[in-house]
Design a binder for this molecule. Structure first.
Ligand SMILES: [Zn+2]
Length: 90
């Protein structure tokens, strides 16, 4: 689809949820619900807490997911599984 988005190692930060773990670059599955439709995005780039597993998405990643969800719902999808191997960086 598009070029992958990679997080530099030094972008780790303390987890805001458990306050103990540190976030590391990884991928997670994200489930979004829109007007009764369920969309699952797999392999979404995120910073994941190594302690509690909380995932943090960059603003542009979250926005992209929302847009894709909206588009799918408008297209009449009720349940869809999207494999997302990277988000556009522009
Ligand atoms: Zn945590």
């Amino acid at each position: 689809m598009v070029a992958g988005l990679e997080y530099p190692e030094e972008q780790t930060m303390k987890c805001a949820v458990c306050k103990h773990g540190e976030t590391r670059p990884g991928t997670v599955s994200v489930t979004l619900e829109r007007r009764g439709a369920t969309l699952v995005f797999r392999e979404v780039p995120a910073l994941v807490c190594d302690n509690c597993g909380e995932a943090y998405h960059e603003e542009k990643v979250a926005t992209q997911l929302m847009q894709q969800a909206e588009k799918a719902v408008r297209g009449g999808v009720e349940i869809d599984v999207a494999v997302c191997r990277g988000i556009p960086t522009t």
